[in-house]
Design a protein around this ligand. Sequence first.
Ligand code: VGL
Ligand code: ZN
Length: 217
Amino acid sequence: MAGNWGVIVVDMQGDFTKWKQGSLAVPGSNENYVKTVEEATRKLGGLGLPAIATQDWHPPDHVSFATSHPGKQPFEQIMIDGKTETLWPPHCIQGTENARVLLDNNLFLAIVKMSQDPTVENYSAFQDGRGVKTELDTLLKRNGIDKIIIYGIATEYVVQATALDLLAAGYKPVVIENLCRGVTRDTTAKAIDDMKGRGIRIVGAVDDIMEEIGRGL
Ligand code: VGL
Ligand code: ZN
């Protein structure tokens, strides 16, 4: 039986945007970008595609924050659990204004929170760095979704990690490149190549897959 299309909108939160002068604002994240993402999500919803948002939702003392490591600066690398990790400025702290999802929340069936364990570095909305799953898999299965349009922030972190986990779990993720924004140009380009190399489909714009969606393919 052919499954259904669904949409995952990644971490469209104030702290990642220039629009809201976020602490980890990525290039190209002005108000116009956010509104473009909102309109695309509304349009896909109008075609009957259910959408799920993800929300980076850190406790204030999260291990990925530079402030949790005395003497360290944002964007320095350190070893956490045997892995080299980048330290970030504090961002998306639970219950702060800039942790809000900026799109109309009524567009979403659910908003899946991530990064809640203070001790675990995490970029996937599917599971955390220790393999503890969020409710994303259950929500997709409950709605019979197996083909997933995915876009948002940041291309080379949560978009990439989530798309790879979805692929590994048997879903078919399609990344919409012009609705994604990355932290840097080089790492974003590398992430796109890397995803392609692993068999994830990347399309330039939502319009590129409209026909397939319309025909239920
Ligand atoms: C993200 C860096 C730190 C993301 C989250 O949403 O891609 N990036 N936390
Ligand atoms: Zn984060």
